[in-house]
Ligand binder design. Structure first.
Ligand code: AKG
Ligand code: FE2
Length: 481
């Protein structure tokens, strides 16, 4: 664009003939127009560049917006609208025979109002009463869910199987050990996540830091493992010395939980009481049996006198990048974040506790949460300040939803009000059992998992049939406790 102007000037200077009289005026006007063209040119260029920058910005915006839409679409995948398509005809991966209907909706029991009692039929010839204890979380109590004998059988089986410490003390020098072991962030996370719910509660983190400043107690833990006699000497010293006992209690109160537990398989071949219990839970929750059957085994917990479980969520929040422990195998994901995706907790009381040991829901129905300054998570100190406490009565079951509904019949966000814990057992022992129903908030992942399991079962059945035919021997089913 500069060239025409230059040419004009060159043409002017090249003119060798004496300039006509009008030339100076013409030259002045030429110079004027040159100045105008330059500013015009500058303005045009500025506009041109602004235009180009705008176009690039627009393109970048569209590009990234599409990207985030993809993420949103991925998240929406958990919604029923999408799952209709994704698990339906458009998804050849979800077979009709995987026990996972294409339009599965999770029924959710209505609480109506606190104190509302509804009759439920769980076993032939008996009607149970189910009382709404709170709406946030949706929490119910069912007295006589188990008979006295059934409670006895479950406790007996747990004793036979043997219980392990629910939370072990952490040895000192943990960091150096980590370096030696070369633990990945995921492994360290799982290690810190004492209750394995996929998230780190303040107590879990606090416990780690308290360990580092109390090496003396860690030595106690080591001695306990290594030398029973030395440990007994320590225990005697603790019993005799008032000061030491105070410190012991302090440390115990810092544990997230002070209990022992074991797991009991409830599938084919398990004790009839355990199988019956699972069927009853299916009726109670009104969930598809395939979901209940593929959930965690029954967890039995024993608290000695002084035992507790600080307030916690049984399952953590689920983001698109969070994997569920139960569907992980089939999810084809390498996400370091995982949670147990326990949609429902059914808690059974297996004995009557002499004193204490209530299950607390400190923020249920949000009546006192805002006003309280105290640490409501501390079930040793502040159980009485929580909103709701359930007294453990032998045979009673309580159950609640750890997740809200997504409004379309599937699992939504974590229900923060489902925070709960076990108050300290002040006299006697406490036996409880947890039946957790695992559902992946991502419908597609749950579908793939169920498909995966049914394929495995088919292969196993085929193999069993072949080996039966080959050896012509009867295969005894494994009788698992
Ligand atoms: O012991 C209780 O009352 C509650 C137990 C509990 O929350 C659990 O085991 O996750
Ligand atoms: Fe719990």
């Amino acid at each position: 664009m500069m060239e025409p102007q230059d040419n004009i000037e060159e043409d002017d200077t090249a003119a060798s003939a004496p300039p006509p009289r009008s030339l100076p005026r013409q030259r002045v006007s030429l110079q004027k127009s040159s100045v105008c063209s330059r500013s015009y040119f500058m303005v045009v260029m500025v506009f041109f560049h602004v235009y180009i920058i705008n176009v690039i910005a627009l393109l970048l915006y569209v590009h990234y917006n599409n990207g985030s839409n993809a993420i949103t679409a991925n998240r929406d995948f958990t919604s029923r609208d999408n799952s209709h398509k994704d698990t339906g005809a458009s998804n050849p991966q979800t077979p009709a025979d995987s026990g996972f209907p294409r339009n599965m909706h999770l029924p959710r029991i209505e609480g109506i109002r606190v104190g509302h009692v509804q009759k439920v039929s769980l076993v032939p010839g008996k009607v149970h009463e189910m009382k709404t204890l709170s709406l946030k979380p949706l929490l119910f109590e069912i007295p006589e869910f188990l008979s006295e004998e059934e409670c006895g059988v479950v406790v007996h089986l747990a004793k036979l199987k043997g219980l392990m410490e629910s939370q072990v003390m952490v040895p000192e020098g943990q960091e150096e050990l980590n370096q030696q072991l070369n633990l990945s962030p995921e492994e360290i996370f799982n290690f810190l996540d004492l209750n394995q719910d996929g998230q780190l509660q303040p107590h879990e983190v606090c416990w780690q830091s308290s360990v580092s400043v109390k090496p003396w107690f860690c030595s106690l833990a080591r001695l306990r493992k290594c030398n029973v006699w030395l440990y007994l000497v320590f225990i005697s010293v603790c019993v005799c010395s008032f000061t030491l006992c105070v410190i012991c209690n302090l440390i115990r109160s810092q544990l997230v939980r002070n209990s022992r537990h074991t797991w009991l398989y409830q599938g084919q071949g398990a004790h009839q009481v355990l199988q019956d219990l699972r069927k009853r839970v299916t009726h109670l929750t009104r969930l598809p049996s395939s979901l209940v059957e593929l959930s965690e085994p029954l967890q039995i917990v024993r608290y000695e006198q002084g035992g507790h479980y600080h307030a916690h969520h049984d399952s953590g929040p689920v983001y698109p990048e969070t994997a569920c422990t139960h569907t992980r195998l089939a999810a084809n994901t390498t996400s370091p974040f995982q949670t147990s995706c326990r949609y429902i907790t059914v808690l059974f009381y297996l004995n009557n506790v002499e004193e204490g040991g209530e299950t607390t829901f400190p923020v249920a129905d949000n009546r006192t949460y805002e006003e309280n300054d105290v640490d409501l998570l501390d079930t040793r100190k502040h159980c009485d300040k929580g909103n709701l406490r359930v007294k453990p009565i032998k045979g009673t079951a309580v159950f609640w939803y750890n997740y809200l509904s997504d409004g379309r019949g599937w699992v939504g966000e974590q229900d923060e009000y489902s925070l709960h814990g076990g108050c300290v057992v002040t006299r006697g022992t406490k036996w409880v059992a947890n039946n957790w129903i695992n559902v992946d908030p991502d419908y597609q992942r749950q579908a793939r998992y169920q498909q995966f399991v049914s394929q495995q079962q088919e292969t196993q059945e085929q193999e069993e049939l072949i080996s039966e035919l080959n050896s012509d021997q009867h295969i005894d089913r494994h009788q698992d406790l």
